[in-house]
Write a protein that binds this ligand. Structure first.
Ligand code: IMP
Length: 178
């Protein structure tokens, strides 16, 4: 039977803690880029859409925001290992200072593939900012320049992250009950 009731989610990282950490990340990113440098912020949809929106408001440098669509999970909780880039890189990268913004790095397959594609387009610099890092599941090494929180191997939702498209709207990061 179809039910509109929401599945319960236990809070893991509060909205306040996320907000404080994002302000710190914004300061670190600002300090890590020259005052005149325009930053091309690449948001890898869908997960980081809320994080990226909050983060850019804490970066004290000129910003251009671009979106890439990538998915390696489908509707499951484990990576399929095969990344689909929904749309290609249709924005200028050559000579630009690029900051890739991710919600969570798990196996590392998604980011390593995106970074590889971006590097082929000769950016002036390329850095990575991830809200969450789950290093225990890593299959490919990825250098994350700015990490929000390092977490254990849990499946988390909220603040943009989903479980089969559910829970993205939660203001905190939590653990689904089932
Ligand atoms: P990776 O390619 O295995 O590193 O997976 C990265 C992508 O998987 C992220 O951008 C998320 O979309 C998704 N993902 C990984 N772990 C989680 C999780 O705990 N909750 C929700 N999505 C996740």
């Amino acid at each position: 039977m179809f039910s509109m009731e929401k599945e319960p989610v236990r809070e893991f990282i509060s909205a306040e803690a996320i907000g404080r950490r994002i302000a710190e990340l914004g300061s670190a990113i600002t300090a890590g880029h020259a005052p005149a440098a325009e930053l091309v912020v690449v948001c890898v949809l869908k997960g980081p859409f809320i994080f990226a929106a909050d983060l850019v408001r804490h970066i004290g440098r000129p910003i251009r925001i671009e979106f890439l669509r990538a998915s390696s999970y489908g509707s499951r909780r484990t990576s399929s290992g095969e990344l689909s880039l929904g749309c290609g890189i249709d924005f200028e990268v050559a000579g630009c200072h690029v900051l890739v913004v991710e919600d969570i790095v798990d196996t590392g397959l998604t980011l390593s593939r995106i970074v590889e594609e971006l590097r082929m387009l000769a950016p002036a610099s390329l850095k990575i900012c991830a809200l969450l890092d789950k290093p225990s599941a890593r299959q490919v090494a990825v250098d994350i320049d700015y990490t929000g929180f390092t977490i254990p191997p849990l499946y988390v939702v909220g603040y943009g992250l989903d479980d089969a498209e559910m829970h993205r709207e939660l203001p905190f990061i939590g653990i689904p009950a089932r």
